[in-house]
Design a protein around this ligand. Structure first.
Ligand code: M6R
Length: 440
């Protein structure tokens, strides 16, 4: 606002998002159309360095050279965009419970007509390597995909934390496809990493939840996760949607490069069609998660361990717990404990684990016995039927490897949630955290 210009507000877009909402009697500047949906669903999106002069009656948008731009007025009409808490006390619980729908909504277009639908996913066989970049929970989704790309689709894959990736030598080349994962599509470190790859002319793909977000515009191709608005700071339904979509990318890759036969792929697709029932089954074990939460909520240190895929999931379990309950929680590769961390295990330390890989389970159980011997209280999520009465077991249905991560993470999310309830924390808006990290 200028001293002699009290009628207008001037806004410039630089890196962080900027929208201008249009109503019949005024116009509104915001960072996201969702923030102003109760006033309008009509809006302009500004591109970097464009600026606008806005008053109650008109909006004039100009390019950085000062030329007027006639932007297309967008209309926000997203389905699944119920921003109320419904009958839930917290958005986080609502979003966890929604996963039986959101995972299905994400994958349906790629499974409904079998292989033909799967073939709609981009063909990755022309690349020598897949790189995945993200932050926090999105990075953890990337770790699950890395495991599946390597172990099932026999494809080279690496995963990077965006804030590291942007300041290191990534040996960028055109034979590597870099996949950027982000719920918001606005995370500053992920955007910076993406610009680095684009500036070298290398191929990019986005796995994004928020439509029309910065990353969705910048990537060569964007696949939307369709999880609907995620409002709680702790990411839950966006994570499972990311994992589900990435799993289908791996499945398509395994089909195309013949790591899996057509028959195997069709069986997996059939099982995916049943995902609502499977997820519901795990969501319904509320009493078990509440009981476990009651056991551990007064603790100061909690460890999550696992091997392979179960390690990637342990990382997400530990993040969820520390983020909303403020309990120190750490994830460790189970076999790595004896190289230092086991010294922290004392009588009563909770150790939570999952063991869902028949080739590795015996090893994980042996690691659990090591911590049991040092007095730990051990909890195990598994699809096997163990009779270890010293270990408290949460059973999940036996499913194929693509679906496992989607089921194992649910107890982790709900344990974190119920612990936070008992500790009376601000679950949807944990201290020191923001939903969208638009600064470095
Ligand atoms: O919007 P993004 O997916 O890019 O956000 C990345 C992280 O900031 C986010 O996943 C964060 O770790 C979550 N709050 C974890 O629950």
């Amino acid at each position: 606002m200028l001293d002699d210009d009290l009628e207008n507000i001037y806004a410039i877009k630089k890196e962080s998002p900027l929208v201008i909402g249009i109503t019949d009697n005024t116009n509104i500047i915001a960072s996201d159309i969702r923030a102003i949906l109760k006033y309008t669903n009509k809006y302009y999106i500004l591109d970097d360095l464009e600026y606008a002069k806005v008053n109650a009656k008109e909006v004039i948008i100009k390019s950085k050279e000062g030329k007027i731009i006639n932007k297309n007025l967008k209309v926000f009409n997203e389905k699944n965009n119920d921003n109320s808490k419904g009958h839930y006390k917290h958005y986080m619980l609502k979003e966890i419970m929604e996963q039986k729908e959101t995972i299905f909504n994400t994958i349906l277009p790629f499974i409904e007509e079998g292989i033909d639908s799967l073939e709609k996913l981009p063909d990755l066989t022309k690349y020598q390597e897949i790189a995945i970049v993200g932050c926090g929970t999105a990075y953890h989704a990337g770790l699950v995909a890395k495991y599946l790309f390597k172990e099932i689709a026999n494809t080279r894959c690496n995963v990077y934390i965006a804030s590291e990736y942007r300041y290191q030598n990534n040996f960028l080349n055109k034979d590597t496809l870099t996949i950027f994962i982000s719920q918001s599509g606005e995370t500053a470190d992920t955007i910076a990493a993406l610009k680095l790859v684009k500036n070298k002319g290398c191929p990019t793909l986005g796995i994004i939840n928020v439509k029309n977000s910065t990353i969705s515009f910048l990537v060569d191709k964007c696949l939307y996760t369709n999880a609907g608005s995620e409002i709680a700071v702790a990411s839950t339904k966006a994570y499972t949607a990311q994992v589900a979509l990435l799993s289908l990318l791996v499945l398509a890759q395994a089909y195309r490069n013949k790591s899996l036969s057509k028959k195997e792929v069709l069986q997996i697709i059939e099982e995916f069609k049943n995902i609502k029932t499977l997820v519901n089954d795990v969501l319904n074990k509320k009493d078990l998660y509440q009981k476990l939460a009651k056991d551990i909520y007064k603790e100061e240190d909690i460890f999550y361990i696992g091997r392979g895929l179960d390690y990637a999931l342990a990382m997400e379990g530990a993040l969820k717990l520390k983020e909303i309950s403020y309990i120190h929680s750490e994830s460790y590769a189970a076999g790595e404990l004896k190289h230092g961390t086991i010294s922290l295990i004392k009588k009563g330390t909770p150790v939570i684990s999952s063991a869902t890989n028949s080739n590795l389970n015996a090893k994980t159980i042996s690691n659990l016995k090591e911590v049991l011997a040092r007095g730990a209280n051990v909890y195990l999520i598994t699809d096997e039927h163990y009779k270890e009465d010293i270990i408290q077991i949460i059973n999940i249905p036996k499913v194929n490897i693509f679906i496992k991560p989607l089921l194992i993470v649910i107890p982790y999310q709900l344990i974190a949630y119920y612990v936070a309830v008992l500790r009376k924390t601000d679950i949807d808006k944990p201290k020191n955290l923001a939903k969208s990290v638009t600064v470095e």
